[in-house]
Each structure stands twice: as C-alpha cells, then as structure tokens.
Design a binder for this molecule. Structure first.
Ligand SMILES: C[S@@+](CC[C@H](N)C(=O)[O-])C[C@H]1O[C@@H](n2cnc3c(N)ncnc32)[C@H](O)[C@@H]1O
Length: 207
C-alpha cells in the first residue's frame, strides 16, 4: 500500500462508521435542481452523496482510495435497492482516474493531509476534463478547521481558496462560474462538540 491508501484505509478500518451517512448539505443545495444524468463522485467515502444522487435518479460512479469505505457504501446501496445505479470504483486518484465523461463531477471535501504537493490540484484539473459539454463541476472544500478541532501534534495542511482552486484548474474559455462563495455553517463534531466551520463552494458549468 502507498501512503495515501494506507492512511485512508486505516482511517476507515479503525472506526465503525465515520460520516453521518447523509448527503452533504452543500451538494444537495447545488444539485437538487439539476436534471439527473451521469455523476462522478470523487473521494466518495462511505457513499452518503452517491446514495442520495442515486435516489434522485443519477447514475453514479463513486470513487475512493479506501476499499473499506467503498464496501460500506456498496452494502448500503444494496440494502436501499440502489446497487444497479452506483458503480463503486477504487482508485488512488493521484495515480488513476475513472474513464468517461459525466454530466456532474463532484468533489466534496477531497482533502488529504498525506497527499503529495500539488496532487489535489492535478486531480481537480483532471476532474474538469471529465465533465461533459453542458455539465457541472462542483468542488466543495473546507476553508479552515472546525472551530472545535485541535490537533496534537498539529496537522500541516493548508486549505486553498476558491481563487487558488480556479487558477489550478487551468480551464480554457468554455466554462461559466455559476457559484463562487464561502459559507459558514454550524456543525456537530464526532464527539458531540458544537461549533462552526467555513466551506468554499465552486460550481462551474462547461458550455
Ligand atoms: C474528508 S473525506 C470526504 C469524504 C466524502 N466526500 C464526504 O464529504 O463525506 C476525503 C475522502 O477522500 C478520499 N481520498 C483522499 N485522497 C484520495 C485519493 N488520492 N484518491 C481517492 N480517494 C481519496 C478519502 O479516502 C476520503 O474518503
């Protein structure tokens, strides 16, 4: 296993269930009005977004580096009768990427403190190439740590701004920026801590 796979596989294997299982609020806000088509969910984790998209009628390719996370998502999809609508694929996106183009390409909190320098930027640039004409690229990322989060020892990680993400996508002229904003929301942490966290939302449409 390389570092990325080892880190994320251990992260999931050491815990019963990491995320809430629900779709990310900002994904729902940005996608609920779109006509369903094909969707690619990059860094899908345990599949909360992929399941919600499939329920809305999307045909989803859900990708993560962790086999454990993918297996959890696949089990829930089977229970929900959605297995036929979601193709779970294991990739370390720094090394390989799913084939095809998609009406929606979504990266929700695709952060990794063990990613090599510049890797997130190149994955997101590759994500833009995978958007079909008329399709949407949705990148939602944290702007900062949650107000209650303390790391001991500190984690070296810098959250990029939307302007930095946009610049790194190296887009040609055929795109419209539909949403470029930062949102602060209240949240509850894994141990019941209450606090706030700011996130960046970037929604681009390929013309
Ligand atoms: C912070 S979590 C977010 C999970 C999910 N998108 C969500 O919003 O709940 C980041 C996810 O990206 C995955 N990931 C990180 N680096 C990756 C890479 N290079 N290739 C594929 N998946 C990766 C991790 O395994 C993890 O599930």
């Amino acid at each position: 296993m390389d570092t990325t796979e080892e880190f994320w596989e251990t992260f999931y294997r050491d815990r019963d269930q990491v995320w809430t299982g629900k779709a990310n609020e900002l994904l729902v806000r940005e996608v609920a009005h779109l006509a369903p088509g094909t969707a690619l969910d990059l860094g899908c984790g345990e599949g909360g977004d992929a399941l919600w998209l499939a329920e809305q009628g999307w045909v989803v390719t859900a990708v993560d580096v962790s086999t454990t996370a993918l297996a959890r998502g696949a089990a829930r999809a089977t229970e929900a009768g959605l297995a036929a609508r979601i193709d779970w694929q294991r990739h370390d996106l720094g090394r390989s990427f799913p084939t095809g183009v998609f009406d929606l390409v979504s990266a929700q909190f695709l952060h990794s403190s063990v990613a090599p320098e510049g890797e997130r930027e190149s994955i997101l640039a590759r994500a833009a190439e995978a958007v079909a004409p008329g399709g949407v690229l949705l990148i939602v990322g944290h702007a900062e740590w949650a107000s209650f989060q303390r790391h001991d020892p500190p984690v070296e990680y810098r959250f990029p701004t939307n302007a930095e993400v946009l610049a790194s996508l190296k887009l040609d002229g055929g795109w419209v920026v539909e949403v470029d904003e930062s949102v602060e929301r209240e949240m509850t942490g894994p141990n019941g801590e209450h606090g706030t966290r700011a996130d960046h939302v970037l929604r681009l449409r390929r013309t």
